[in-house]
Write a protein that binds this ligand. Structure first.
Ligand SMILES: Cc1cc2nc3c(=O)[nH]c(=O)nc-3n(C[C@H](O)[C@H](O)[C@H](O)COP(=O)(O)O)c2cc1C
Length: 193
C-alpha cells in the first residue's frame, strides 16, 4: 500500500438483536483496522451522511423472515428474549429503525464507493431454505450504484441464536480477505487521481 495515500474510510454497520451479528461485525472491523480508517456503528445510530462519507460500506444484519428485519420481526425478537429467562439479552435500542430503514434512505453512490455485506442466519439448512439478510443488502446496494468487493456472506447460528463454534474464526478470515480487497480498492482510487 502507498503510505502517502489517504487511507480508505470504511464504515462497518451492523444490526443485532442478541449480539451475534455485533460480534461478527466487531471481528471483521478488527481485521480491517490495519489497512483502513474504520468506524463501526449500530445502524440505529447511522444516517445517510455517515454513508456518504465512507469509501467502503460493510453492512450486516440478522436474517429475519428470510431477509432483513422489520419493526414487526424486531418486536418478535424482543419477545423471544423475554421468553428466554435471561438467556438472551435483547440489545436493539430502537425496534422502529434498522438496516432496512437505513438502506431505504441510502444515497446513490456519488463516486467510486464500494461495499460488502454479511448476515447471520440459521445453520440448520442451506440458504435456499433460511433466506439471507446479506443477499438483500447486496441487492439494494448494487441497485444504488455501489460496487461489491466480495459476494454476500452468511455466518451461522444454532437454534439458541448463538454463533456456531468456528464462525468467529471464519468472520476473521473473511475480514482479512476483505482487507486485501481494500488494498486493491485504494490502488484503483489512486489511479483515478
Ligand atoms: C423474528 C425472527 C425471525 C427469524 N427469521 C429467520 C429466518 O427467516 N431465517 C434464518 O435463518 N434465521 C432466522 N432467525 C434467526 C436469526 O437469524 C438469529 O436470531 C440471528 O442470526 C441472531 O443474530 P443477532 O443476535 O445479531 O440478532 C429469526 C429470528 C427471529 C427473532
Amino acid at each position: 500500500m502507498n503510505e502517502t495515500a489517504a487511507r480508505t474510510r470504511v464504515i462497518v454497520l451492523y444490526e443485532s438483536m442478541f449480539g451475534a451479528t455485533r460480534h461478527v461485525a466487531e471481528t471483521i472491523a478488527g481485521r480491517l483496522r490495519p489497512v483502513a480508517d474504520v468506524t463501526i456503528m449500530n445502524s440505529v445510530d447511522a444516517g445517510p451522511a455517515d454513508l456518504a462519507q465512507a469509501d467502503v460500506i460493510v453492512a450486516g444484519g440478522p436474517t429475519h423472515a428470510f431477509g432483513l428485519s422489520s419493526e414487526t420481526t424486531r418486536a418478535e425478537a424482543k419477545k423471544v428474549a423475554e421468553r428466554s429467562d435471561g438467556v438472551l439479552v435483547f440489545d436493539c435500542p430502537d425496534v422502529t429503525r434498522g438496516l432496512r430503514e437505513l438502506l431505504r434512505a441510502l444515497p446513490r453512490a456519488s463516486r467510486q464507493q464500494s461495499f460488502a455485506s454479511f448476515s447471520t442466519r440459521s445453520g440448520k439448512a442451506p440458504r435456499l431454505f433460511t433466506g439471507s439478510a446479506a443477499r438483500r443488502i447486496d441487492r439494494e446496494m448494487r441497485a444504488m450504484g455501489y460496487l461489491p468487493l466480495l459476494p454476500p456472506r452468511d455466518f451461522l447460528i444454532d437454534s439458541t441464536h448463538r454463533l456456531i463454534d468456528g464462525q468467529l474464526t471464519d468472520a476473521a478470515d473473511w475480514g482479512a480477505h476483505l482487507a486485501g480487497q481494500l488494498d486493491l480498492h485504494q490502488e484503483s482510487r489512486l489511479g483515478e487521481r
